[in-house]
Design a protein. Structure first.
Length: 244
């Protein structure tokens, strides 16, 4: 069973389009046009064209593309801000907010035409955001699934709480977890394919594969192809096997 997956995008539409080009070339090489493309979340924040990324993915889903677009913590924070900017985010430190420079929410709002959001009072920023963000984008972000079990893999944004059945996992863990997952060497009964924790390059740990290669910080956007538990990074030169 073949699947394609793309790591954390963070508003880089140009990198997303290139990742889809790499997948299209691999499809031509294999003749397989049925394997899904699974996006691991974090479509917004920090990058220059968050609106463009959301619209591209939304329109693709609407057109019937065989894409899965999972929810990331940044996507959840954006949707939550639009619903109620005073509502706490369970996975976020209490001294931070979505508009803090470390989180990058201001870049998302700027892509919708709401300028200098981090430097102004919340009330007018929120009002402008409600007027600027299309309802179709809000609906898209809020309705994203949090995980997908396909073949021998579970695809998820951040990871899983080890030892908890997937149907009992908490959404906050699925989009935020690090401690308790990244340091757990056990086999989970499936290969976990995730992002969320930025690395210099995609890395295979045996029981999990992290494909967040720091697009948010100037790094590349990684696309992989997975067959059973065999993983390869897609490059302009073709497949590069990713070994544990």
């Amino acid at each position: 069973m073949r699947s394609y997956a793309i790591g954390d995008i963070h508003g880089h539409l140009d990198l997303l389009l290139h990742a889809h080009d790499l997948i299209a070339e691999d499809r031509r090489q294999t003749g397989d046009h049925d394997a899904p493309v699974i996006h691991l979340g974090d479509y917004v924040d920090r990058g220059p064209d968050c609106r463009g990324v959301v619209e591209y993915l939304r329109k693709g889903a609407e057109a019937g593309e065989n894409w899965v677009t999972l929810k990331g913590n940044h996507d959840r924070m954006f949707a939550r801000f639009l619903n109620d900017p005073s509502e706490p985010e369970e996975g976020l430190r209490s001294d931070l907010s979505w508009l803090h420079p470390r989180l990058g929410g201001a870049a998302t709002l700027a892509s919708y035409g709401v300028k200098n959001a981090a430097d102004r009072p919340i009330a007018p920023v929120h009002a402008e955001a409600l007027a600027a963000v299309p309802q179709s984008h809000r609906d898209f972000l809020q309705s994203r699934p949090t995980w997908l079990h396909r073949g021998e893999c579970v695809f998820v944004h951040a990871g899983i709480r080890p030892g908890i059945p997937m149907l009992q996992q908490r959404e906050t863990d699925l989009v935020w977890i690090r401690a308790g997952f990244l340091d757990d060497p056990r086999d989970h009964g499936f290969l976990v394919v995730h992002g969320h924790t930025a690395l210099d390059q995609a890395t295979h740990y045996g029981n999990r594969v992290n494909i967040d290669s720091s697009a948010a910080y100037g790094g590349p956007l990684t696309a992989v192809v997975i067959e059973c538990r065999d993983v390869a990074v897609l490059t302009d030169q073709g497949r590069r096997p990713l070994q544990p």
